[in-house]
Ligand binder design. Structure first.
Ligand SMILES: NC(=O)c1ccc[n+]([C@@H]2O[C@H](COP(=O)([O-])OP(=O)(O)OC[C@H]3O[C@@H](n4cnc5c(N)ncnc54)[C@H](O)[C@@H]3O)[C@@H](O)[C@H]2O)c1
Length: 251
């Protein structure tokens, strides 16, 4: 079977679902993973060449069985997209340990667990790991003690993976999205945050799921065969800018 297979976590909606669709358009098969079973089943229905696996990426036993089921269906994994994530914005003082762990267990533990479990298959395919971090992992801002720290750790984990797994021909890269109007973002972005992002982003708008998926699928493809260990922000220029943008715009 020559057709490539991607495993995308958090595929029931948002950036994960857009990534699934773009892989399908590019001729891949996709294992769609999500812990929200009803939304996952709904998303998978009507899409060809997909296989839905309802699992929680933060639970080691579930991750083991996820990979087993994925291989039983697809026979191979050419790209692992660690996209499942949760957001929780709150002040440091109000972030108790259970709240901290809730973010870490999906955003960081999940990436570690899925990557490790997929390793034998990725070695075989000389495949790619693509981790989703965030601009919140590149730059600090208020209320993101758990979320921002989890994403900064994913950035470093990506570099660790690239450094160690290159000898197997496995590439590891990381995409840091800027704001995208998904359920995750809308739950934590107040109008004030939305306005602040518009001011701070040179392209002056939120991104779309599709714009993020384009970068993800490129980095997973043969077109990026010599790219590994890279952290790419798809953020409308947010990371590149310093202070003063809104003031200068008015002139
Ligand atoms: N939307 C943004 O503005 C934005 C910005 C930067 C980074 N990101 C990152 O992009 C990724 C996708 O986010 P999105 O905006 O599409 O969010 P979303 O909430 O629309 O989708 C995330 C999906 O992940 C699933 N999920 C969460 N925890 C899981 C777990 N433990 N196991 C399995 N599935 C789980 C959810 O059920 C959901 O379907 C996340 O890692 C997020 O941190 C998003």
């Amino acid at each position: 079977m020559d057709q490539k297979t991607a495993l995308v976590t958090g595929a029931a909606r948002g950036i994960g679902l857009a990534t699934t669709d773009l892989f399908l358009e590019q001729g891949w098969r996709v294992v769609m993973v999500d812990r929200d079973e009803s939304e996952l089943v709904q998303a998978a229905a009507g899409r060809r060449d997909v296989y839905a696996v309802a699992r929680d990426v933060s639970q080691p036993e579930e991750v083991t069985s996820m990979i087993r089921d994925a291989l039983a269906w697809g026979g191979r994994i050419d790209a692992l997209v660690n996209n499942a994530g949760v957001a929780d914005f709150g002040p440091i003082e109000d972030t108790d340990f259970p709240r901290w762990r809730r973010v870490m267990e999906t955003n960081l533990d999940g990436v570690f667990l899925c990557s490790q479990a997929a390793l034998p298959a990725l070695k075989q395919s000389r495949g790619a790991i693509l981790n989703i971090a965030s601009i919140s992992g590149l730059r600090a801002s208020t209320l993101r003690v758990a979320y921002g720290t989890s994403k900064a750790a994913v950035i470093q984990l990506t570099r660790q993976q690239a450094a160690e797994l290159g000898e197997y021909g496995i590439r590891a890269n990381c995409v840091c999205p800027g704001p995208v109007r998904t359920k995750l973002a809308l739950a934590v972005h107040s109008q004030a945050i939305i306005d602040a992002y518009h001011d701070a982003i040179p392209l002056n708008r939120y991104g779309t799921e599709r714009e993020i998926a384009e970068v993800i699928t490129f980095l997973c493809s043969e077109r990026a065969s010599y790219v590994t260990g890279q952290i790419i922000a798809a953020d409308g220029g947010f990371e590149a800018t310093g202070v003063g943008l809104p003031a200068l715009r008015g002139q």
